[in-house]
Design a protein around this ligand. Structure first.
Ligand code: NI
Length: 490
């Protein structure tokens, strides 16, 4: 029984004996698994943290190494920039800030250090918190022409891209460029750009024509003729591409005007403008050719001028007509035809009274009434004036504010009134660059013109307008007798 009871008990024991280790094995396995998981967890997590940490360290190292290379390149560029630079470095693991301050004397900036600091701060503000970047602030310098430098304060940012292992250049911050005279290092002013009072008056004429071109108002001509002259005290906004002028108080409705340098190329120091803006602006003469300009005074005259225009048209020659205002008013259609057929129109005053000796008001009236008559007939303000009898003095020149066109060959047609003599006189006296004086009010002159044109062309002359002969470089307060014979009125 015992045995039997033992047996089962043994057997139970036997049965239970393998059960016991079974149970403890399970627990062990679970424990092992947990342990392994734990170890894996600890090591894995540790490794994970380690990897991240390591990547950060690596990224910082990559950034630092590459920043060194980048900054060395930038340093080299700075060394070659022509600006002796003072370098300031502000460096952390994340951000390297380098500010180059030029140490050159005569810079056009008012407070360069402050401007550099401001732009650097702005660039820093635009840098994201987790971004690794190099910020470089500096001044760039370009020699635009032999006499003009362009300075600009800029701030660059190079963002480190760890995935690509490269710097990516972000948008560069730029201050407005400053343009300085190389000679003085100072900002270019209207006085640098516009050499003289005569040039300023030349620009005034361009402004007047421009306002007229932009207006449909029929009364604008009176307002334009009354426009007070700009001066060096006027406000100018300069750039190498164009010039803006604030006009003195006036009735035209235009308070400021922007001029392309092409329009005023004759009146500026072209060393201070972008050369591309004035390309082909002024006519040039071929030094291997001979030129002369036929000029006709005192018209238009209904009996003689249309016949002359027919001849010029047939010969395909362009001439210049210095018209008397009174005659323009009486013969608007002829004046219009002169302009439409490509001839140049100039002023010869309103009543053909000698200007010196007239009062300021009288001179002004002579000039403005003629300007108005010619403008109303042709749409252009006459730029040039020929004084009656060629008589001009300083006072007249100032009030008139136009270039005075004299002459170098006098046909003496008004004296001889003889076709053969007029022809002989012109052909025998003309040389290269001459201004030839004739009068289209005499039938004998008109009759002499075909032979004069033929004779001069046979000798190799090209017949051009006054503007072309003088390369459009004539200016107020000066008088012109021919190519290379320019004199200040005194
Ligand atoms: Ni005359």
């Amino acid at each position: 029984m015992n045995k039997s009871t033992y047996e089962p008990s043994r057997s139970r024991r036997r049965n239970s004996q393998p059960q016991k280790p079974n149970q403890s094995n399970k627990g062990k396995n679970l424990f092992t698994l947990l342990s392994i998981l734990f170890v894996l967890g600890v090591f894995g997590g540790g490794y994970w943290i380690f990897t991240i940490k390591n990547n950060e360290v690596m990224a910082t190292e990559h950034f630092a190494d590459n920043a060194k290379v980048l900054l060395a390149d930038i340093q080299e560029e700075r060394d070659q920039s022509g600006l002796a630079n003072k370098k300031t470095i502000d460096s952390s693991d994340q951000l390297k800030v380098v500010v180059y301050t030029p140490q050159k004397a005569n810079l056009p900036f008012e407070d360069l250090e402050k401007d550099l600091q401001t732009i650097t701060e702005k660039n820093k503000e635009q840098t994201k918190k987790d971004e690794m970047a190099v910020i470089v602030s500096k001044v760039t310098l370009r020699h635009l022409t032999d006499q003009m430098d362009r300075y600009q304060i800029i701030s660059e940012r190079y963002r480190w891209n760890e995935a690509k292992r490269e710097f990516i250049k972000e948008e560069t911050l730029e201050d407005s460029p400053l343009y300085a005279s190389q000679q003085t290092g100072k900002m270019i002013t209207a006085k640098d750009l516009i050499p003289s009072e005569a040039d300023l008056l030349g620009i005034q004429q361009v402004i007047q024509q421009k306002i007229l071109d932009q207006s449909d108002d029929k009364t604008m001509i009176d307002k334009v003729l009354a426009l007070p002259a700009i001066s060096f005290d006027s406000e100018f906004t300069y750039s190498p591409e164009k010039l803006t002028v604030v006009l003195p108080k006036n009735d035209t409705g235009v308070d400021k005007i922007t001029l392309d340098y092409k329009e005023i190329a004759a009146f500026i120091n072209t060393e201070f403008v972008d050369p591309s803006t004035i390309e082909g602006a002024l006519p040039t003469l071929d030094p291997n050719k001979k030129y002369a300009a036929l000029t006709f005074d005192d018209g238009p005259n209904p009996a003689t001028t249309p016949k002359l225009l027919d001849i010029l048209k047939e010969k395909n020659v362009k001439a210049t007509f210095f018209m008397i205002g009174e005659n323009v008013t009486a013969n608007k259609e002829i004046a219009k035809r002169i302009h439409e057929e490509g001839h140049e129109v100039g002023s010869h005053t309103y009543t053909h009274t000698p200007l010196p000796g007239l009062s300021q008001e009288q001179i002004q009236t002579e000039v403005r009434k003629t300007d108005k008559a010619i403008f109303e007939a042709t749409g252009v303000l006459p730029q040039n004036i020929r004084a009656p009898y060629g008589a001009v003095d300083v006072k007249t020149a100032r009030i008139t504010a136009k270039p005075f066109i004299e002459w170098s060959v006098d046909s003496a047609d008004w004296q001889t009134k003889n076709t053969e003599s007029i022809k002989r006189q012109v052909l025998s006296q003309t040389y290269n660059g001459t201004l030839i004086l004739m009068h289209d009010i005499h039938p004998e002159t008109v009759d002499a013109v075909p032979a004069i044109i033929d004779g001069l062309q046979k000798e190799g002359y090209e017949l051009v307008t006054v503007d072309t002969l003088l390369s459009s470089r004539q200016k107020p307060l000066h008088q012109y007798f021919g190519v290379g014979d320019e004199r200040v009125v005194d």
